[in-house]
Design a binder for this molecule. Structure first.
Ligand code: 173
Length: 516
């Protein structure tokens, strides 16, 4: 059927079941997805829910724009929907904010149903720290987006520990050093950047902001920091590269697909578009259980599981589960050579290393670096915080000659991510031997609350913090931030009471119990 055929909404509405055929509308185009139902990485159920309807709103945040045309044959494009001919589905009201943060209600004697007080988003100039973006995000993001980004695995012990561990590293500040000017620009390998912080990969940006990840790209370009492009972005890879300015350095985070040909195609395309480094995620052979995400996304909806198809994975539980089934759990060390060869010309880094033995194996396998990461506490609960394992990783790599002494860092770079909220956190990581630190959630919260300007503001806040804190520890350059500037003796003992989580995150509650 010719793709420019005009299709009446009534015809679409009639194709609403496996028996009658399943048509859906996305961005004004009508697609026949009947044969694709059981191939859909997100499962058949979610498509069937939109059978005969316009699925654009559901589709948009969790698929890059080219996902349909990449996966369906052109003859499955039935044509273009004639505007305003599709019967309207029942209106679904936007999800309420989490009950635990519901604002106090005005008491009014005139009405039995008091109106909730409206939350007034603060002016961006009121943002003083990275925590502030999270606090605003929690109030204004829709529930689905907030629960997806804010959730951690199981009891969220690792997610909290990632941040809390920084509270147990203390500085040993030096005095009377000339800190009139401080310089915190640095290089990742030979790629210069304005600070030792990059935007790490986070999926599904349009759950937070309609522009999605291109807002991060633009902010990174303007503030001269490096962005790691996620495999599972809401924007397409090309949109993110097209949004960069000339000379802007971008990395790519890669989930390795069971279909290796697809992965190689992605790598080749990234190389062609000038991506400088490939960060292969190695901590997610299966997605962790983020119960807050799983529970709330389908609150009130009937439970679902894939009826037919290749496996029995439930895909209705949370945004990430819906789209992660392509990730290859059989990926192992023997596959690295092939991936490295495909990536020749780009740096290759393993993202998600959680002990020194694996960091050494990565170096021995010829990788250019590692990211000590537990995926923001979203995968294995009780994985250690990256800052706690950093000293042992550095020691092991130095012993084996993969890292030269701190001030003249070698070619093997150590990045860390998870729980970073302050420039002091970053400086602690630098002192202990990291090249730089990835920031994920706060970037997404800044984007979700104030768009590109929010992300720029976040970077500016960090810049101010770097300048002040480097003066206060007596380090005019990052080369002066050496191991002797930190005291890690408390790292493995209980430390100060955590602060962030009580303010910005709610405790997880069992099914059916409302937070208060
Ligand atoms: O942490 C995540 O949510 C994540 O990495 C992911 C993995 C697969 C699909 C979507 C997101």
């Amino acid at each position: 059927m010719p793709a420019d055929k005009q299709v009446d909404g009534k015809d679409v509405a009639e194709h609403n079941s496996r028996d009658k055929g399943v048509w859906i509308v996305v961005h004004g185009k009508v697609w026949d997805v009947t044969d694709f139902l059981d191939e859909h990485p997100g499962g058949a159920e979610i498509i069937l829910k939109y059978a005969g309807m316009d699925a654009t709103e559901e589709y948009e945040p969790i698929h890059p724009p080219d996902a349909i045309s990449d996966n369906l044959d052109p003859d499955k494009n039935i044509g273009t929907l004639i505007p305003n001919t599709l019967p309207k589905p029942a209106v679904v009201s936007p999800p309420p904010p989490p009950a635990s943060i519901a604002v106090p209600q005005k008491s009014t004697s005139a009405s039995a149903q008091p109106e909730p007080e409206e939350y007034v988003k603060p002016d961006i100039e009121e943002m003083l720290s990275l925590h502030d973006f999270e606090a605003v995000a929690r109030r204004i993001m829709n529930r689905r987006g907030w629960n997806y980004y804010s959730s951690g695995a199981d009891d969220e012990i690792t997610m909290r520990e990632n941040h809390n561990a920084y509270h147990r590293v203390w500085f040993r500040p030096r005095i009377l050093r000339n800190v009139k000017t401080v310089d915190f620009s640095t290089k990742f390998w030979d790629f210069p950047t304005s600070m030792p912080v990059y935007i790490t990969a986070t999926a599904l940006g349009k759950l937070g902001h309609p522009e999605g990840e291109v807002a991060l790209t633009r902010a990174a370009g303007k503030e001269d920091i490096i962005q790691m492009i996620p495999t599972l972005a809401s924007c397409s890879f090309d949109e993110m590269v097209d949004a960069s300015v000339p000379g802007q350095v971008q990395f790519l985070q890669l989930y390795v697909n069971s279909d290796r040909a697809r992965t190689k195609k992605i790598i080749a395309h990234a190389k062609e578009r000038g991506v400088k480094a490939l960060f292969i995620t190695v901590d997610a052979p299966q997605l962790g259980r983020r119960e807050k995400d799983m529970r709330t996304k389908f609150e009130g909806a009937a439970a679902s599981h894939q009826e037919k198809g290749k496996d029995t994975v439930r895909r209705d539980q949370g945004a990430a589960r819906a789209i992660s089934s392509f990730i290859d759990p059989s990926l192992n060390w023997a596959d690295l050579a092939e991936l490295k060869e495909a990536a020749q010309g780009m740096k290759v880094v393993l993202k998600g290393v959680q002990c020194w033995e694996d960091a050494v194996m990565a170096a021995e396998a010829g990788c250019d670096g590692v990211v000590l990461s537990n995926h923001g506490g979203r995968q294995l609960d009780f994985a250690p915080s990256p800052i706690a394992i950093l000293p042992s990783v550095v020691a092991a790599l130095q012993q084996r000659g993969f890292m030269t002494p701190h001030a003249t860092r070698g070619k093997f770079e150590i990045f860390i991510d998870g729980g970073v909220r302050r420039a002091t956190d970053v400086l602690k990581a630098i002192a202990l031997g990291a090249t730089a630190v990835g920031i994920g959630r706060p970037m997404i919260y800044a984007m979700s609350t104030y768009g590109e300007e929010g992300v720029r503001k976040l970077v500016q806040i960090l810049r101010d913090e770097f300048e002040m804190n480097m003066r206060l520890i007596g380090a005019p350059t990052l080369a002066d931030v050496v191991p002797g500037m930190v005291d890690t003796r408390a790292l493995f003992t209980p430390g100060p009471e955590p602060t962030m989580y009580d303010a910005n995150y709610e405790r997880m509650l069992p099914v059916g119990v409302k937070a208060n």
